[in-house]
Design a protein around this ligand. Structure first.
Ligand code: ADP
Ligand code: MG
Ligand code: MG
Length: 206
């Protein structure tokens, strides 16, 4: 349990450290608040985690999800919040994060984002990082790779997904107002997804 909380703290640290970068990305094709939104949310997550005593992984993730929904705002708050809430459902009663559980969490998170935002892959959103990451994770696991190797593969796929968002037109969210002018810019939400995965991966190597 303590390590799950520490993993979330590591994730929060990265998002808070990259606040300005994420906001700059959103400034190019959105409204310049993604980093501000996310950092506010994860500052609140840090404070809540310090005061709470969750019983299981589901409890930790539920706290994260509810806090993001109530503090982040914008499009990304409900989307990431729902992702964490769904991941909480599949980790209820669990205290150990193994590869199979992480795969279930990623799959549940993707389902939540899709239900909530009605986007699919290729619309220049966080899904363009998260879905390929999930697929790479499953593929690595099926090949018998270790958890840390599988997470590395997932993070690499998310990084490639972020690169891919530079080449496509946004058809969901604020960036869609720009149409073709969104091409050439990487999506802020895909980038925050990549950053969270890379934080978890770094944490798992320790
Ligand atoms: P807002 O656009 O309301 O200011 P943020 O700037 O915090 O919210 O978040 C923007 C990010 O949210 C985008 O970069 C994109 O990745 C993601 N996003 C927007 N709409 C959707 C959607 N329908 N489905 C998935 N992700 C979305
Ligand atoms: Mg924004
Ligand atoms: Mg906004």
């Amino acid at each position: 349990m303590a390590n799950v909380i520490a993993a979330i703290e590591a994730l929060a640290d990265v998002i808070i450290a990259k606040k300005e970068f994420l906001t700059e990305l959103d400034a190019a094709i959105g409204d310049a608040d993604h980093g501000i939104n996310m950092a506010r949310g994860f500052e609140a997550v840090r404070a809540k985690l310090a005061a709470a005593n969750p019983e299981d992984i589901g409890g930790v993730l539920k706290l994260v999800g509810m806090t993001l929904i109530s503090t982040v705002g914008g499009a990304s708050g409900p989307l990431y919040g729902t992702a964490f809430m769904r991941a909480a459902v599949v980790t209820q009663g669990k205290a150990i994060l193994d590869a199979a559980t992480i795969a279930q969490m990623l799959s549940a998170a993707i389902g939540g984002i899709k239900d909530r935002g009605k986007a699919v892959r290729g619309e220049k959103t966080m899904l363009d990082a998260l879905e390929p990451a999930y697929e790479a994770f499953i593929q690595a696991m099926d090949k018998g790779e270790s958890l840390s190797k599988s997470l590395q593969a997932a993070t690499k796929a998310a990084a490639d997904g972020v690169e891919y968002t530079k080449t496509i037109i946004a058809t969901k969210g604020r960036a869609s107002y720009l149409g073709e002018r969104s091409i050439g810019h990487q999506d802020a939400g895909a980038t925050s997804t990549y950053l969270m995965l890379s934080a978890l991966t770094a944490f798992a190597q320790e």
